[in-house]
Design a protein around this ligand. Structure first.
Ligand SMILES: Cc1cc2nc3c(=O)[nH]c(=O)nc-3n(C[C@H](O)[C@H](O)[C@H](O)COP(=O)(O)OP(=O)(O)OC[C@H]3O[C@@H](n4cnc5c(N)ncnc54)[C@H](O)[C@@H]3O)c2cc1C
Length: 404
C-alpha cells in the first residue's frame, strides 16, 4: 500500500509516523511544498515549542477550541494530552510543565522536537520529498493521482492532507473541487489595536485577572490582561479574539471592548468594597488606597478618566464618586480599531468543514481513502499548546486510515 501525506508540518509528520507504525509494510511518503520540513514547529512557542497542555480532563480540554472542540471531544480518548506527554517522553524528549499548564521540552528548544520527528522518520523508513506543492488530486479507480504545480505526478492508494491553515480561500479551492465544504478562512489569535485610546500610555501594565467582553455581544473571556503600546493583549484579549474570530472580522475589527478590571461580576460586592474602603480610609487620598490591588498607574489613570482628583480623600467623593468608580471598575470601555498578530503566533479559523469528514476517522465523506489532519481542518484553539494537540490527535486518528 502506498500512502502519501501532503504537508510536512506537525500533523503530517505525526500522521506519517503512525501510518508506518500501524502498517509496517506500507510505503509512506511526505510531500512538502517548501524547502524545509516542520518550519512552524521550529518557530513555535517563541522557539521553545509548546507541545501540549497539562489539562487532563477531556471535557475541559475541548473547551479550548472555539472551532472543532465538539468533534475533538469524541476522538480525544484515542490520543490526548496525556498520550502526547508519554509519546515524547518515551522517545527521550523529557518535558516540563510550566505554572500556566503549558508543556515544553526540558531543552526549551523546538529543535529537540524536530530532531525527534526526524529520527522517527529515518528509523521507520518514511520518504521525505521537498519542493513539491500539490495543486490538484485526481481519483482514478482506486488510486489518487497527485499533481504538483510544475506537473510532477504521484500515485497513492491512500492520501492524508495535512497542508495547514490557508489564510486565503483561494488556497483551499483544490480541496473544494474534490467536493469538500470550505469554511471561509479568517485569522484567529490577535491583540486589539486602540489608536485613539490614551490607556496605551500605560504600556507594560498587567492586571492579573480581568473580565473582557465585546459590547453588544454575548462573548466574554477572563484572565491576565496586558496593556501594550498599541492597545491590549494577554489571555483575556486573545481568548476573545479566538472565540470572536469570525464575528470580529464581520465588524471589520472596529468594536468596543468592555473591561471589568476587578474580576467581579457582582456589582453589589464591588460597591460594598468601595463603600467600606471609603469608611476605613476616610482621611486617605484616593491615589494611596487601591481597590483590588490594582496597579498604581492604572488606578490613577482610571481616577482621572472619571474625573476624580487622585489627591482627594475617600470621605470627599460621596455616593456619586463611589458610583463613578463602580462603573469604571466593572464596565470600562475602549474602542478598538484593527488588530495585531500576537508574537507572530496566529492560527486560521476556517478551512475544510468538519461536516465534510467522518469525525471518528478523519476520512473525507466525498473521497473515501482521503483523510485530513491538522489546521487545514476547521479546528483551532486558544494559545497554550492546544493547537499542536489538535495536530497530534487528528494525525493519530487519520493514520489509522479508517481501519484500526
Ligand atoms: C509563530 C507561531 C507559533 C506557534 N506556536 C505554537 C505553540 O507553541 N503551540 C501550539 O500548540 N501551537 C502553536 N502555533 C500553532 C501551530 O504551529 C499550528 O497549529 C500547527 O503548526 C498546525 O500544524 P499543521 O501540520 O496542521 O500545519 P503546518 O505546521 O502549517 O504545516 C503544513 C505544512 O504543509 C505544507 N504545505 C501547504 N500546502 C501544501 C501543498 N499544497 N503541497 C505540499 N505541502 C504543502 C506547508 O509548507 C507546511 O510545511 C504557532 C503558530 C505560529 C504561526
Amino acid at each position: 500500500m502506498k500512502v502519501g501525506v501532503i504537508g510536512g508540518g506537525a500533523a503530517g509528520f505525526f500522521a506519517a509516523i503512525h501510518v508506518k507504525e500501524n502498517y509496517p509494510n506500507a510505503d509512506v511518503s511526505i510531500l512538502e511544498k517548501s524547502k524545509k520540513f516542520l518550519s512552524k514547529v521550529k518557530v513555535s512557542g517563541g522557539g521553545r515549542c509548546n507541545v501540549t497542555n497539562a489539562c487532563s480532563s477531556i471535557s475541559e480540554l475541548s473547551k479550548a477550541y472555539p472551532r472543532g472542540g465538539k468533534q475533538l471531544k469524541k476522538i480525544f480518548p484515542q490520543f490526548y494530552t496525556k498520550h502526547t506527554q508519554d509519546w515524547f517522553e518515551s522517545r527521550e524528549v523529557p518535558l516540563v510543565t510550566q505554572e500556566d499548564q503549558c508543556i515544553f521540552p526540558v531543552s526549551q528548544d523546538s529543535q529537540t522536537i524536530i530532531d525527534c520527528f526526524m529520527h522517527e522518520v529515518e528509523r521507520l523508513g518514511i520518504k521525505l520529498i521537498t519542493q513539491v506543492g500539490i495543486s490538484s488530486i485526481e481519483i482514478k479507480e482506486a488510486f489518487y493521482i497527485l499533481k504538483s504545480k510544475d506537473d510532477a505526478t504521484f500515485e497513492f492508494d491512500k492520501v492524508i492532507i495535512a497542508t495547514g491553515g490557508s489564510p486565503k480561500l483561494q488556497g483551499l479551492k483544490w480541496l473544494e473541487q474534490l467536493g469538500h465544504k470550505i469554511e471561509n478562512p479568517v485569522p484567529s489569535l490577535f491583540t486589539f489595536n486602540m489608536p485613539h485610546e490614551p490607556i496605551k500610555e500605560l504600556m507594560g501594565v498587567v492586571v492579573e485577572k480581568a473580565i473582557t467582553r465585546i459590547k453588544g455581544e454575548k462573548l466574554s473571556a477572563d484572565g491576565p490582561l496586558l496593556i501594550t503600546h498599541w492597545g491590549m493583549s494577554g489571555p483575556a484579549i486573545l481568548v476573545l479574539s479566538a472565540f470572536g474570530a469570525r464575528l470580529l472580522e464581520e465588524k471589520s475589527y472596529s468594536f468596543t471592548v468592555q473591561v471589568n478590571w476587578v474580576n467581579e461580576l457582582n456589582q453589589q460586592l464591588v460597591q460594598d468594597e468601595l463603600t467600606s474602603l471609603s469608611k476605613e480610609f476616610a482621611e486617605k487620598q484616593l491615589k494611596n488606597i487601591r481597590p483590588y490591588y490594582l496597579p498604581t498607574r492604572l488606578w490613577i489613570f482610571l481616577l482621572e478618566k472619571v474625573e476624580l482628583d487622585p489627591e482627594r480623600r475617600w470621605n470627599e467623593i460621596g455616593k456619586k464618586g463611589i458610583n463613578k468608580l463602580l462603573n469604571i471598575l466593572t464596565n470600562d470601555q475602549y474602542s478598538v480599531h484593527g488588530k495585531t498578530t500576537f508574537k507572530e503566533e496566529f492560527v486560521t479559523c476556517g478551512g475544510v468543514s468538519l461536516d465534510s469528514i467522518n469525525p471518528k476517522t478523519m476520512e473525507s465523506k466525498a473521497c473515501p481513502g482521503l483523510f485530513f489532519a491538522g489546521e487545514v481542518l476547521d479546528i483551532d484553539a486558544i494559545t497554550g499548546g492546544y493547537n499542536f494537540q489538535a495536530a497530534w490527535t487528528t494525525g493519530f486518528v487519520a493514520a489509522k486510515l479508517g481501519e484500526k
